[in-house]
Design a protein around this ligand. Structure first.
Ligand code: SF4
Length: 340
């Protein structure tokens, strides 16, 4: 099939004749024929082109819990899609076959935004999620799908590394109802060494989301043995969330499995994840979850006032919900999220 060339947004010509892409903080400067770090945005004939537009390489119906989003229409299904490419260089990437493989893009099928929405409607799925690889790098496509999804009465969700500039942030997130941001660690050295990026832009994105938008926000922290799992680092991360974002933002600690360039690193012991959750609760965070491992109670939502279990989960399945009109069915405490 002929490659679809879609003119990108968020770029400008710079004095030396190259193009600057300012969608993400990398701000790649691209000469004619050059692609950015994400490899899906390219200077073609003096115009920035978005190669991933209309070209999903992964498409599936998932439980919303798998994103993970636990306070957003629990138990519902979500049509999930991703393209090729990524603007980070995580050594532990769990989807490197699409995020780092240019070949993946060659095999993509062509689906216009409306066709994605039609698929969701056809399958009776109430939400569409931009996920698997980093949706920021194909923001133009995500925005057009989201517009069509909202027109059809569907919700939109995103799973992101949060690496986006303020110039692009509002134009992208005004179309998103819920997001899970991967806060990959809580030290600049970890971000530099293991993700080839910087931490502070991600913290900025989290602040903007919480303070300047109505997007429903949850956070995931993948705990990698010996890299970002020190209890002191976890405590700092939790304290920062509590102070900067508030104690009601759901936080998911996720267990690492060896992948990509970190095949020699052991999987995260369950005790590390349990300990991280205890630290987060000690720091006052109210909704803290464990993921990517079998957990007795770490997947459940509890009422912070009367401590009853309000949402009982079994892996990605929701067995039981006792939240009525956004409140605990037992004591009436408000439970933040979108429940209906
Ligand atoms: S989105 Fe891609 S091309 Fe643009 S600045 Fe980021 S990595 Fe570079």
């Amino acid at each position: 099939m002929t490659q679809t060339l879609h003119t990108a947004r968020w770029w400008k010509k710079i004095p030396d004749g190259r193009l600057e892409c300012f969608l993400c903080p990398r701000r790649c400067h691209l000469a004619e024929g050059q692609a950015g770090f994400c490899f899906v945005r390219e200077n073609v004939g003096g115009e920035l082109v978005q190669m991933a537009y209309g070209r999903p390489v992964a498409l599936a119906v998932d439980p919303i819990e798998k994103k993970p989003l636990f306070h957003f229409h629990p138990g519902s299904a979500v049509l999930s899609l991703g393209t090729a490419g990524c603007n980070l260089g995580c050594q532990f990437c769990q989807n490197y076959d699409i995020s780092k493989e240019r070949a993946a893009q060659q095999n993509a099928r062509h689906l216009e935004p409306r066709a994605i929405v039609d698929l969701a409607v056809e399958h009776g799925v109430p939400s569409i999620a931009f996920t698997y690889n980093e949706p920021t790098v194909w923001a133009e496509y995500a925005i057009d799908i989201a517009r069509a999804a909202h027109e059809a009465g569907l919700h939109t969700a995103m799973v992101s590394n949060g690496y986006v500039t303020r110039e692009a942030f509002f134009e992208l997130y005004e179309h998103i109802d819920a997001v899970n941001i991967d806060l990959k660690g809580f030290s600049e050295s970890f971000y530099e060494r293991f993700t080839l990026s910087h931490m502070h832009p991600v913290l900025d994105t989290l602040r903007w989301l919480r303070r300047e938008t109505k997007v429903w926000l949850e956070i995931t922290n993948l705990l990698i043995p010996g890299c970002n799992d020190r209890p002191e680092e976890t405590r700092k991360l939790c304290e920062w969330i509590s102070i900067e974002l508030g104690d009601t933002v759901p936080l998911h600690f996720s267990a690492f499995h060896p992948d990509y360039r970190m095949l020699d690193t052991d999987p995260t012991p369950p005790e590390t994840v349990h300990r991280a959750r205890e630290i987060a609760l000690e720091c006052g965070l109210k909704y803290v979850y464990e993921g990517n491992l079998l957990t007795r109670d770490g997947g459940n939502t509890h009422c912070p006032a009367c401590h009853r279990t309000l949402v009982r989960r079994n892996w990605h399945r929701v067995d039981h919900v006792e939240i009525v009109s956004g409140c605990c069915a037992h004591c009436g405490q408000e439970i933040p999220g979108q429940w209906d």
